[in-house]
Design a protein around this ligand. Structure first.
Ligand code: ADP
Ligand code: ADP
Length: 221
């Protein structure tokens, strides 16, 4: 089934800059899609529109059939920087989006998420005490703990050193395998896209043009 349906999506910023000129793209449930392209071609804009953080000038985004008009509860987001709240512990950061659950259920979900990302030992640590890779694991746990149908990742590993990046790429696939959410990964790193994705889409600077590169996944945890 289709998880994300993007139709005729266009965005011109108030300063007149046309970032996207009519994008059509659909993402299947459980698919790992990578969107690659050079700096400034509109990748972040496209993700922000899917996340409901930005309003399109034309066209629409549907997630699970609903037209996106603002932040959607079924959509999780991970940025290049972990964006953890410094005045909350790692566990409190991860549980931040679960305020609708009672304290017991929240604690169980947070503990499981931290265990899955290998941070059980650091639950009571402060964000500043984590390495870059650990902090990004915490950001992944915070996004996944709400069990999103769609997880959007904007250059999630590009601030990390090469070894940490490779470890986290492997780790992302392990995490994906638990609930198999739809992943949309934006990256300028074509190798990362090929390692992680079922399908790679290139965003061209030419308005409106999206090319598909089909890849075949040979191994998947
Ligand atoms: P990418 O993620 O591929 O680097 P972006 O989506 O960030 O591309 O940016 C696409 C274009 O839109 C760029 O030319 C960028 O400078 C411009 N842009 C992005 N955000 C804004 C904004 N808030 N206001 C004006 N222009 C923007
Ligand atoms: P990232 O790639 O880390 O998502 P971006 O460079 O796309 O970050 O954008 C960072 C912030 O700066 C965003 O809020 C975006 O809207 C804003 N921005 C990016 N390009 C421009 C621009 N040309 N003019 C104004 N704001 C911009």
């Amino acid at each position: 089934s289709v998880a994300v349906e993007i139709a005729g999506l266009a965005k011109t910023y108030p300063n007149g800059l046309r970032a996207l000129a009519g994008i059509d793209l659909s993402v299947s449930a459980g698919e790992i899609l990578a969107i690659v392209g050079g700096s400034g071609c509109g990748k972040s804009t496209l993700l922000r529109l899917v996340a409901g953080l930005e309003t399109p000038n034309a066209g629409s985004v549907r997630v699970g059939g609903d037209v996106v008009r603002g932040p959607h509860p079924a959509v999780g987001l991970v940025f290049q920087e972990p964006r953890l709240l410094p005045w909350l512990t790692v566990a409190e950061n991860v549980g931040f989006g679960l305020s609708s659950l009672d304290a017991g259920e929240r604690a169980v979900r947070v503990a499981l998420a931290l265990e899955r990302v290998g941070l059980a030992e650091h639950a009571q640590a402060w964000p500043r005490e984590l390495s870059g890779g650990q902090a990004q694991r915490a950001a992944l746990a915070r996004a996944l703990v709400t069990r999103p149908q769609v997880l959007l990742l904007d250059e999630p590993f590009s601030a990390l050193d090469a070894l940490t990046r490779t470890a986290l790429q492997d780790h992302l696939l392990e995490l994906w395998a638990f609930d198999r959410p739809t992943l949309v990964l934006v990256t300028h790193d074509i190798e990362e896209a090929l390692v992680l994705a079922d399908r790679v889409v290139t965003l061209r600077p030419r308005p409106g043009r999206v090319d598909d590169i089909q890849t075949v996944a040979l191994s998947r945890p």
